[in-house]
Ligand binder design. Structure first.
Ligand SMILES: Cc1cc2nc3c(=O)[nH]c(=O)nc-3n(C[C@H](O)[C@H](O)[C@H](O)COP(=O)(O)OP(=O)(O)OC[C@H]3O[C@@H](n4cnc5c(N)ncnc54)[C@H](O)[C@@H]3O)c2cc1C
Length: 183
């Protein structure tokens, strides 16, 4: 799979590199602490007033390409067709994946482990290896220690948080929180 990272960078569409509407003292201060070539780039960008049409041409975009399953699928990889002079960084990853044993031997038991010996576990591994679980499991552990859940009014957030709380901790939201999406 491949990602056009240049498209993910709004500063190429003329946005401030510090986020929408953040021009001002904070930006000026941060720019001062940036390496000089970054400041030069920002200045050039401001001067040109980049618009959508002024984005770099496709051949200058930065891509991230992930070649999966070395042992089973490397014969299908097109990695060697990439011009080596254009490679910025090559990094080998091992991505955790789960076999059925994870869903039989770990996931259902987390609710009995959590809270024992003053310990609450967090991390994507507690349910399923994905960003949302990584974050929600942390919120759930903090919630069990008494912290509020800050996104209870947002449907998608509340639903996954409730699910994580139930699956990993075997509890529901606190009574005072059981309205809206935590009901
Ligand atoms: C190539 C790739 C692509 C992915 N794409 C997606 C995607 O598109 N969408 C998605 O939802 N998920 C994706 N994932 C999965 C997602 O990145 C993980 O689920 C998520 O990052 C897990 O977060 P985490 O905080 O639980 O664990 P991690 O991010 O693995 O953090 C664990 C941390 O603990 C540290 N650590 C380990 N052992 C110790 C120790 N003994 N002492 C102290 N620190 C320690 C590690 O250094 C690490 O910083 C992808 C993963 C990979 C590798």
């Amino acid at each position: 799979m491949s990602f056009d990272l240049t498209n993910y960078q709004p500063q190429f569409k003329g946005e401030s590199m510090f986020g929408p509407g953040s021009k001002g003292k904070a930006e000026a201060k941060a720019e001062k602490s940036l390496p000089s070539e970054d400041v030069a780039m920002a200045a050039a960008r401001d001067k040109r007033g980049l618009s959508d049409d002024a984005r770099p041409p496709l051949e200058d975009h930065v891509f991230q390409t992930i070649f999966l399953d070395k042992e089973g699928s490397s014969s299908m990889w097109t990695k060697d067709e990439i011009d080596k002079d254009k490679v910025i960084l090559e990094k080998w990853w091992k991505q955790q994946s789960h076999r059925w044993q994870h869903y039989a031997g770990t996931v259902p038991w987390m609710m009995f482990l959590n809270g024992k010996r003053h310990t609450h576990f967090a991390g994507a591994w507690t349910i399923l290896n994905m960003h949302e679980i990584a974050v929600c499991s942390g919120f759930a552990a903090a919630y069990r220690l008494g912290a509020p859940f800050p996104f209870s009014q947002k449907e998608g957030c509340g639903r996954l948080f409730k699910l994580t709380l139930g699956a990993s901790h075997g509890v529901r939201a606190r009574p005072e929180d059981r309205e809206g999406f935590l009901a």
